[in-house]
Design a protein around this ligand. Structure first.
Ligand code: HEC
Length: 155
């Protein structure tokens, strides 16, 4: 193949990768090795996070928490949620995973990509603007739309 053809195909491949990420967000691999929050139990049945959850922050997001919730482009935060089993509450089956990734192209949602996933890692199709962002906007407009803070982690 001629170099120009090679370059063009490389460019098209990149383009395809970018477009498909925008169309259906992907759960980052290996997030369970990131900085993990303390165990959080929510007993309010009206809460989206009713159950037990853990927050995972990648290196950039760790810095963002330490800076008082000011996050750099590319920061990623994942929450794994589990059902409550019994009393006292122990972790039941995993039931939901959510992701926020700082991405300045996502202007409708405060410069963050919001995505929800089922336990199989497939997108759950919840609407990022009306479902996710409206709640984060209400609770954390002054904190870069991230509701948890560094006190949720042991630094
Ligand atoms: C009804 C309100 C509400 C909705 C809707 C909501 N969240 Fe949240 N979200 C919260 C709260 C409250 C926390 C903080 C949990 C904690 O402090 O442990 C949170 C935390 C998070 C976090 C960890 C970072 C942070 O902000 O603390 C991510 C990631 C996240 N949510 C993603 C999503 C996604 C994706 C959706 C849509 C599919 C969504 N959320 C919908 C209330 C909401």
């Amino acid at each position: 193949m001629k170099p120009t053809v090679l370059l063009l195909s490389a460019f098209l491949l990149c383009l395809a990768a970018v477009t498909s990420e925008a169309a259906s967000p992907v759960l980052p691999k290996g997030y369970t090795t990131w900085k993990k929050s303390v165990r959080k139990v929510v007993t309010d049945k009206n809460s989206l996070f009713y159950g037990i959850h853990y927050i995972y922050a990648d290196k950039k997001a760790e810095k963002g928490y330490l800076a008082g919730n000011r996050f750099d482009e590319g920061s990623r935060i994942v929450v794994e949620s589990f059902a409550i089993k019994g009393n006292p509450a122990v972790d039941g089956p995993k039931n939901m995973i959510v992701l926020m990734k700082k991405d300045k192209r996502e202007r409708a949602t405060g410069g963050w990509l919001f995505a929800g996933f089922g336990v199989d890692g497939k997108p759950s199709g919840l609407d990022p603007v009306t479902t996710c962002f409206s709640c984060h906007l209400k609770d954390a407009a002054q904190r870069d739309f991230v509701i948890s803070t560094k006190k949720d982690f042991k630094f």
